[in-house]
Design a protein around this ligand. Sequence first.
Ligand code: CA
Length: 599
Amino acid sequence: MNGLRMKKTLTVSLTMAVAAALMAQQHPKTIDDKALRDAGKTEATAREWITYGGNYAETRFSPLKQIDTSNVSRLGLVWSVETDSPAGGRPEATPLMSNGVIYTSLAWDVIVAVDARTGKMKWRWDPEIPRQHISQICCGPVNKGVALYKGKVYAGLLDGTVVALDQETGKVKWRIKDTFNDDTILTAAIRIVKGKVIVGSSGAEQAIRGYFSAYDAETGKRLWRFYTVPGDPSKPFEQPELAMAAKTWHGEWWKMGGGGTVWDSMTYDPALDLLYIGVGNGGPWYQQLRSPGGGDNLFLACILAVKPDTGKLVWYFQETPGDTWDFTSTQPMILADLTIDGKPRKVILHAPKNGFFYVLDRVTGEFIHGNKFVKRMTWASGLDAKGRPIENAGARYKKGPTIVSPGPQGAANWQAMSFSPITKLAYLPGQEISYLWNPVDATTWTYRAGGLNTGVVGFNGPFGRGGGPPDPNRNKAAYTLSPHEPAGAAKEPQANGGFLVAWDPAANKERWRVSDAGGIGGGGTVTTAGNLVFHGSTAYNAETGKKLWEVNLGGTYCNPITYELDGKQYVAILARGNPNNRLFVFALDGKAPIPPVSR
Ligand code: CA
């Protein structure tokens, strides 16, 4: 090769490289199946945060380590932006970051794309959800987050529709109706598996029938649906598994619906090709109304393993048989590979509302071990060899008002735990919480379409206050302030609020615990190769639990994320509430002042 020709080749190559770079800017790379499978596995694929839990296993672990235990004290605000959602809601979303843009949902399903370098709004889409849709539901006009796939942004909405927006413009590409009644809403973050949009239902406090569905990501065509509760047994069951499930119910549960919504947790193992789903509580809460005489009430409070191509059930594991305490199993689950008793195991880590930390074999659904992660637990005394809770006598509050721990807000809720493959610890935000269960009179209670149907008289919890018109049953039941407690409850230590616990899932016990760590509203976690755990707007040493950094952003913290842009690692979090939702972005030596909380 002579000099001239070499120079020319070099010029051509350079030109091509510049063109490729420009193309990448003009046509940002889209997220495909390979990107989702590889998400968060290496430092390179962890530069973006492209799916709800950071990766399919939803570990919320980042291999990024520019921010570490030695320098996290220098973390400062780079920018923050008021996210301009309508009044009356709080944020609950995990944002995503791809191609230098942060995508997130806000209260009332407003979806925004924000330039990650500047905080400038790129687009904003407001579905203008009719306010009456949520006037009576339990938990506010919330949304857990969006999904990104092949140039589209997906979300399930409070009006029961699923929408696909153009990632660049925020324009609607398709929008379909998922729900079959007005009491069912969609608040869960969509997951994308093998070109399918996986959608979970919400609204079990209104006693609806729960399910989850799969749609074609390109067209919005429904591919399959899995009902978590059997329908009227005099009619054909929609899925073969429901015939078996119906044997675990009594009475005429199908006339209301039974509950079993799927409002948060989903993970996927590509090697096993299994999609794991966390199922919610019974509706009504009080089992005597839902299934008089008891029964396990499958598939309430279960983890389900299904084939994503068909929705066919492979195995199930029920954590709270015959739920009567709003003990959902929708809390975030994590897929991990551990060595337990000298053997490598593919496991699911799960810490649902009921207060037990479960380790399951995710190939078979077999219970490996479990242990309580709260100090005060009065509904059960432990788990048997198969993982079934050993209930304490009286915990089902059938004899009248009974104080039970944990309460319906749960020992853990939607605030996400994370798992570090370095420390082999799970970082779980939770709370010690009790509740006074005061059941309605089952002989006079009536179901009300369009209202809360818990079957429990409100007293000291947020659900008791509720929204919308008062439950007429509330006034019929006699109050007593000398409640029962389940057998053995007197020996339990008193509750002490929120905590962050580092759980060793191989050893089935806690390694460290921070008390007074926020609890409800304290936010979820992310853990990093920098040996850090971020919980809300606090950072701890992942190994020891020593607090290394803290700022006050004004409360109601969501799940933080971390990513790298232009060679710099960032931590982003949605925080605050009604109406001042705000997206905060931190990096080392950030100098922006934290805006005061407006009142
Ligand atoms: Ca619930």
